[in-house]
Design a protein around this ligand. Sequence first.
Ligand code: KIV
Ligand code: ZN
Length: 383
Amino acid sequence: MEKLFIFDTTLRDGEQVPGCQLNTIEKIEVAKALEELGVDVIEAGFPVSSPGDFNSVVEISKAVTWPTICALTRAVEKDIEVAAEALKYAKNKRMHTGIGTSDLHIKYKFNSTQEEILNRAVAAVSYAKKFVEDVEFYAEDAGRTNNEYLAKVVQAVVNAGATVINIPDTTGYCLPTEYGEKIKYIVEHVDMKNAILSTHCHQDLGMATANSIMGVINGARQVEVTINGIGERAGNTSLEEVVMAIKSHKELNIETNINTQKIYPLSKMVSNLMNMPIQPNKAIVGRNAFAHSSGIHQDGVLKNLSTYEIIDPKEVGIKDNSIVLTARSGRHALKSRLNLLDIKVDADELSQIYTKFLELADRKKDINDEDLLILCGRELNST
Ligand code: KIV
Ligand code: ZN
């Protein structure tokens, strides 16, 4: 098995969601939970951007023991100096510096040329190396950067000592095949020395997880992710989706350090702290991710879970799958729920209760245990 490094940027890229900012105490709480989850790298902030971000990087560095703490910078000396200062208490530290490499960024953001951008990239990495050993370089908008030029920049920053090369699909533009080919192109055209490639995908077209997985299949060995896929606009790649996709597909021969049973509690924590509800049908952590409501599916699941479940919910820290009783549920599902409530019925009784159940379910969206007890003529406190 080859190791895939998990770089969590919930506290930097994720926290850029408008109106969802966390204070330092809350960030420390999330960082400690990320450490327990087993992430390899925590991107703790962008220190030059504000005193609050600076302070969070300092405090997270003190609070967390084994994951690498990463601070973001632009390819600007002042940013790098401030990041180095913020990281001074980190036991394992990384600086994440970079610059836009697409024609659009070069022209409109920097009014510059490819040659000048390449020189600035190399200068930033060389300067960051004076402060820390572990320097990650990001080629912003790599998703829309010409592959030949991208490979040239990557080779130059690897030669300057970059340890990780991040290929962000900043605008979430790439198709999975396109992003996979981009990673493959770099693998085939750059002498990476000991550096590894990282994915950093955005969700604008709903492709972030697929693109990250295609990146891994083509040679990336780090993925940049956030809990619940939070992030500005449509968000970032979600940690839980990538980790569970990798875990579910053993044939990829890739493993992560994530203790998957901690995923659901942390997802809840981030959602609560950021006051950002999770859509019910969100993969892995949504309320309905393991809920079966149609009669055909319920019948299958009651016979054997593997008929309609690819992941045991306990693996991600959810206690149980749920059979949601609705007007589409069959007798099998109703009987199973009654058994759990310790209500034993024969075939005739079940038929009578099922008729009443269907009448009620047509009026009410879903039927809970209290409804069932009433239907069966039981006292509410009898179980
Ligand atoms: O999306 C992006 O390009 C980024 C970089 C700053 C790494 O978040
Ligand atoms: Zn990003």
